[in-house]
Design a protein around this ligand. Structure first.
Ligand SMILES: O=C(O)CCC(=O)C(=O)O
Ligand SMILES: [Fe+2]
Length: 335
């Protein structure tokens, strides 16, 4: 199923089994512009400075009530898709600079898009980033990099396999935010999502049982670099057998033995069958429940001319105490 997000918003929200969606109206938009203007007033402000992040968190309480209400609802029950789509956020408009071209690109400056992303993300949970990935920056640029076309990571442009973000990590984020600043030239790059809530009914009990056993090893993705301890065998499904959490990365998870391999292939087919594809437009923020919903990307053709696809990403945690042992000085960076 492909959803072109320039289609009629009401129809999108009303269709069954569509992600929860929210579009800012004109008064909301004015309020957002005002909050973003405050957070971007100082040209020397840096997103990763504690003071700025603290101000963004406090300011997020002034977001439109309707938006805060749907976020609160999504946190309690992320629906069948595990995706909340928020449309119409300010991302810089005509003043948007060229799409970055450097590997490992992050946004340290308090730009309008970074401010929008941090404001909304702060209502989902506490912000976090990994020291080993994208240098621990809270706002990470997701852009195609010349020479990395076939890379199974966010710098590639060939199709990216479905994955839970940082599935190998004990402290993987609870939510992942992907904010579109600029789409690809051909307007075809699609964010793919698939939730275990929709795929589970397609799996026989025997397969579910195997997926609940520690017969799968998920390695760290290439974006994490080397130097991590070896991964141990874990289940792919955990929690309530009728409504489990999922942890798998089809580029990095290794099944142990033929039975586990067959079960993982069945899981992959079931997820493909229920997958949705979204062609995000500038100002669209997709928030994924990373316990339930995998994501990937269809292929596209970058030109490396400064006008390529550009997303910004954030990671959110529901419980700051859970990650405290790996956050030095109670900061936002996990190591
Ligand atoms: O490019 C995309 O749409 C998603 C890339 C991705 O998986 C990520 O940034 O985590
Ligand atoms: Fe990802």
């Amino acid at each position: 199923m492909t959803t072109r997000l320039d289609s009629d918003q009401t129809a999108l929200a009303e269709r069954l089994d569509q992600p929860m969606a929210f579009a800012l109206d004109e008064p909301d938009r004015q309020l957002l512009d005002d909050l973003v203007a405050r957070l971007t007033a100082d040209p020397d402000a840096r997103v990763d400075e504690d003071d700025w992040a603290d101000t963004a968190r406090t300011t997020s309480n002034r977001l439109p009530v309707r938006l805060r209400r749907i976020i609160r609802q999504f946190r309690r029950d992320p629906g069948t898709e595990g995706v909340l789509l928020i449309r119409g956020l300010p991302v810089g408009g005509d003043d948007l600079p060229p799409t970055p071209k450097d590997s490992g690109s992050v946004e340290r400056r308090a730009t309008p898009s970074a401010a929008s992303l941090m404001l909304v993300s702060a209502q989902f949970g506490e912000m976090g980033a990994f020291r080993q990935e994208k240098s621990g920056a809270l706002v990470q640029n997701i852009v195609p990099i010349a020479g990395n076309e076939s890379f199974q990571g966010n710098e590639g442009s060939e199709s990216l396999k479905m994955h839970i973000e940082d599935g190998f990590h004990t402290h993987r984020p609870d939510y992942v935010g992907l904010l579109c600043l600029r789409n690809d030239h051909d307007n075809i790059a699609g964010l793919r999502t698939a939730s275990i809530r929709r795929a589970l009914p397609l799996l026989p009990e025997k397969t579910r049982m195997i997926l609940r056993e520690p017969r799968f090893v998920t390695h760290a993705p290439a974006s994490f670099g080397a130097g991590l301890p070896p991964a141990s065998a874990l289940p792919l499904l955990e929690g309530d057998p009728g409504d489990p959490d999922i942890q798998v990365d089809f580029a990095c998870t290794e099944p142990l033995g033929a039975e586990a391999e067959a079960a993982m292939a069945e899981l992959s087919r079931a997820l493909d069958e229920v997958a949705c594809t979204f062609v995000l437009q500038p100002g669209d923020l997709a928030v994924l429940d990373n316990r339930l919903t995998l994501h990937g990307r269809t292929s596209f053709r970058p030109r490396y001319d400064g006008a390529d696809r550009w997303l910004q990403r954030s990671f959110m945690y529901l419980d700051a105490r859970r990650t405290r042992p790996v956050r030095e000085a109670d900061g936002n960076v996990l190591s």
